[in-house]
Structure formats: C-alpha cells, structure tokens
Design a protein around this ligand. Structure first.
Ligand code: FES
Length: 154
C-alpha cells in the first residue's frame, strides 16, 4: 500500500489571485462604456505581453467591465475555480477557433469569461448560449470544444 497521494492528472496551473486582480483592473481601464471587444482584448494582450486567456480570466473577475457581444452565439467559460481543471486551455482553444472562423469570413461566436457557472463539480464548465437556448458542456476540453464548434459552424 502506498502512502503517497497521486496528483490528479487534471490539475492545471492557475493564475495567482493578485495577478488576476491586476489583470481585471487593466481590462476595466481599457473598457469603453464598460465594454471590451475581442479586438481590444487582443490589443491589450499584445501591449501587456500577457496571454489572452489570462486577460479573459481577469475580465471574468472584473466588476465594471464585460464583453461586447458581436455574434449570435456565445461560448461562456468559467474562468474562476475551473482554471484548476483546464479552463484557460479551453479559452485559448476557443479564441483560436473563433479567429479561424473570422479569417474565413464565416459566422463566429463570442467568448465570454464568467467567474462561476454553478456546476463546479463538472469543471471545467462551458455554456453555449444562443437564441435556441443554453447547452452545457461539462468537463470541457480543447478537443470537445473543437468538436462543438465544428458541429455549430461547419
Ligand atoms: S468554479 Fe467553475 S463552475 Fe463553479
């Protein structure tokens, strides 16, 4: 019998809370009328030298800024506690998938960070919201999101 506790293979690196609050402040300062666009997030990422998924996690903590909606479909990603289960990789993958669609001139989707989606036992949690309703993707992975985006936009 082993006395060692195995670390879960699902443990992912999380952003230090102080850094997260600093990023939330940066995003809030960049907002116009309380809104930030996908483009302005990309610019801020380049200006600060911070990966976009980290800025999105900051936006998820921001009290006075939110994402400007530009599409009919939104992928809402919990970037709170779900970070420990791989939420940031999900955000990164969604941003890449969205950029590909935009580059192709196709319909695309918004990526919206949220602090908690109240299904913490199914982390990381992603919701797909549209006029048709809300679908929940539990234990999301970059692969399952690629599949979901492919089904919705191909
Ligand atoms: S912490 Fe992610 S759903 Fe609650």
């Amino acid at each position: 019998m082993s006395f060692f506790t195995k670390k879960s293979v699902n443990e992912h690196k999380t952003i230090d809370l102080n850094k997260l609050m600093r990023l939330a402040g940066e995003v809030e300062e960049s907002a116009t009328d309380g809104l930030v666009s996908a483009e302005s997030m990309e610019e801020l990422s380049a200006d600060l030298g911070v990966p976009q998924e980290q800025l999105y996690a900051g936006l998820g903590m921001a009290g006075s800024a939110s994402m400007k909606l530009e599409h009919d479909v939104a992928f809402v990603v919990c970037t709170g506690g779900c970070q420990g289960s791989g939420a940031l990789a999900c955000v990164s993958e969604l941003l890449n998938l969205r950029d590909d669609l935009v580059d192709e001139g196709s319909a695309a989707f918004d990526v919206i960070p949220a602090h908690c989606l109240n299904r913490c036992q199914s982390a990381p949690v992603v919701e797909v919201r549209s006029d048709d309703g809300t679908a929940v993707l539990a234990k999301a992975t970059p692969e399952s999101l690629t599949e979901a985006v492919g089904e919705l936009f191909d």
